[in-house]
Design a protein around this ligand. Structure first.
Ligand SMILES: Nc1ncnc2c1ncn2[C@@H]1O[C@H](COP(=O)(O)OP(=O)(O)OP(=O)(O)O)[C@@H](O)[C@H]1O
Ligand SMILES: Cc1ncc(C[n+]2csc(CCO)c2C)c(N)n1
Length: 269
């Protein structure tokens, strides 16, 4: 039996640009969903090679991004933060916002005929098919505003992690991030301790896990069973800079995002 491949994880997209980040070669696509923008949105925007708004996410960029730069002209900010693509069923984007970005040259994809998939699904499919998403170096997808709102929306957002298990997707809110750890790999999670933690969880939301083993957590698992209705690992704590996870089931990994060190003022010279 061949040894399992190791999948590396790092939230270096939360760091201001630095040489360490650049050496990983990881490229990001950003999807802005229709919820309040997290305070680190401008940072993610700068890191991203491709920027999408899911339907009403465009209203958030238009209305809320200028608020991060109170000393600058709102129109100048809107011109500077131009989404590459707005995609969805277009029942939430305002007419004035749509007209504004169409005039700037944003590509608009109206899929109102598809009422079986969410706007987030639609955006992920666009990124997967984009020419920037080469086989050799696939884009990692960051989705802001994915958590902390309507529960049916949150469940739909989690469902995309399971629907596209081979695509690296991170769901973000102001408070935490969530990603899938597929059972096909051993996972090494490198903690950016100035920006994330210590609260974390490992959640077997899709199927129960008969055996999960971890290292680096305060409450490590050792071939431990996890299932809804029994034990799941919530309110765990990161103890080391590197966490390892191995499981017979796909698990959700979640970690808190620290309140300090991530607002725009912390990064402007
Ligand atoms: N309250 C929320 N909580 C979590 N995610 C959200 C929330 N609102 C919107 N989203 C995300 O943003 C995307 C775009 O939002 P938008 O409001 O345009 O969706 P929608 O298709 O109009 O939703 P619905 O018709 O169900 O209200 C959604 O597909 C979802 O992924
Ligand atoms: C069983 C079932 N439940 C709900 C919907 C509705 N729905 C799911 S995704 C979506 C688009 C939201 O932008 C809508 C309206 C459906 N089609 N099938």
């Amino acid at each position: 039996m061949s040894a399992m491949d190791v999948m590396l994880h790092s939230s270096s997209f939360l760091l201001p640009s630095n040489p360490v980040d650049d050496t990983t070669g990881t490229r990001y696509a950003l999807i802005v969903l229709n919820q309040s923008l997290p305070r680190f949105t401008p940072l993610l925007w700068e890191h991203a090679k491709l920027r999408l708004c899911a339907d009403g996410g465009a209203n958030r960029i238009y209305d809320e991004l200028p608020l991060f730069f109170p000393h600058e002209d709102a129109l100048a900010i809107r011109n500077r933060y131009k989404p590459d693509v707005i995609k969805g069923d277009m029942d939430s984007i305002r007419r004035d916002v749509l007209d504004f970005y169409v005039n700037l040259g944003t590509k608009v994809i109206d899929e109102s005929q598809d009422q079986d998939t969410t706007d987030l699904d639609k955006c992920i499919l666009y990124i997967r098919d984009s020419t920037l998403n080469h086989e050799s170096s696939r884009l990692h997808i960051l989705a802001t505003g994915a958590l902390g709102g309507r529960f049916d929306h949150e469940a739909g957002n989690l469902n995309v992690l399971y629907r596209y298990p081979d695509t690296r997707i991170v769901l973000l809110s102001d408070d935490c991030l969530i990603q899938l750890l597929p059972k096909s790999h051993l996972h090494e999670i490198h903690i950016q301790s100035s920006l994330e933690g210590p609260h974390c969880g490992l959640i077997p939301i899709g199927t129960p896990s008969a055996k999960t083993t971890t290292s680096g957590l305060k409450w490590d698992l050792a071939n431990t069973e996890m299932r809804f209705g029994g034990l799941i690992s919530t309110s765990n704590l990161v103890k080391e800079e590197k966490i390892t996870v191995e499981s017979d089931s796909d698990l959700l990994w979640t970690i808190s995002i620290k309140k300090t060190g991530l607002s725009i003022e912390d990064h402007t010279p």
